[in-house]
Design a protein around this ligand. Structure first.
Ligand SMILES: [Zn+2]
Length: 265
């Protein structure tokens, strides 16, 4: 879901990078006519991330339920699919829709038997911090997959899911890496949100690494294939990514850790 990391991303200086990677994710790698799709992830073979999935799906004690906005499925990255393919059978369910009720959605009805053990990842005034939960019991984890405005609309039109215990991730605590690899508010946070939540609930940091590996592979692939030219020259120089000669003046400024803006053409 978009909202979990949004505030922290805004606070960082990575906003531009996020926007760039979102654009990148939309760059077709092959001409459309030549695109052959992977049977498993439905992505073009050239950008399939299936080889980065865990060899054996992860068996976790939590159960993940992803409430997916219908337009999310059409998005470029579809990271919920990573979760579906990475977690053991029955541990991850994707339910598509805009309104959810216990009557209509059997997956939700099943977990209602233990409402106190069902968490809804949704930041609000009365959300609990993920890290304050009792970890001795298994949880059902409900994540809304959509942009922030879609997620809010889905929440507002689904009174039944409002009865779940709302939980939020305090992004100040996990590493910066989480934010840095989050390409956009809209596209990528579902898998990261799930990865952070599950690794905490299962008390296993490896889960985060395993679940986000296909995402990292995808980001680095996109960066290798044209991402770099979207960054400003200043950004590239400052990050050691500029592969053309730079002037002596700029080198001198860099050595002194001084501003190079006015020397860049
Ligand atoms: Zn694939």
């Amino acid at each position: 879901m978009a909202s979990i990391h949004a505030a922290a991303a805004d606070d960082s200086d990575d906003t531009d990078i996020d926007a760039v990677i979102e654009q990148l994710a939309n760059i077709p790698v092959d001409p459309p006519s030549k695109r052959q799709l992977c049977d498993k992830c439905s992505r073009p073979i050239s950008v399939c991330w299936c080889s980065f999935l865990p060899i054996a799906p992860l068996n976790i004690k939590s159960k993940l339920i992803i409430l997916q906005h219908p337009s999310e499925e059409k998005r470029c990255l579809r990271t919920a699919k990573i979760l579906e393919l990475s977690l053991a059978a029955g541990r991850c369910k994707v339910v598509k829709g805009k309104k959810f009720t216990f009557n209509k959605n059997a997956e939700l009805r099943d977990i209602v038997a233990n409402p106190e053990k069902t968490l809804l990842l949704f930041p609000s005034a009365d959300s609990l911090d993920l890290t304050n939960l009792d970890l001795t019991v298994p949880y059902n984890v409900v994540i809304i997959d959509g942009t922030w405005s879609q997620a809010r609309a889905m929440y507002n039109s689904s009174p039944d899911i409002q009865t779940f215990t709302k939980v939020e991730i305090n992004v100040g605590k996990p590493s910066n890496y989480v934010i840095r690899t989050q390409p956009t508010e809209e596209c990528l946070s579902t898998v990261e949100t799930a990865a952070i939540t599950l690794s905490h609930l299962e008390n296993n940091p490896n889960i985060y690494e395993i679940l986000t590996k296909p995402l990292q592979a995808l980001c680095s692939f996109q960066l290798k294939h044209g991402a770099v030219h979207h960054f400003s020259k200043e950004y590239l120089i400052l990050n050691g990514l500029y592969n053309k000669p730079i002037t002596r003046k700029i080198k001198k400024k860099l050595r002194k850790h001084e501003d190079i803006k006015s020397y860049i053409r």
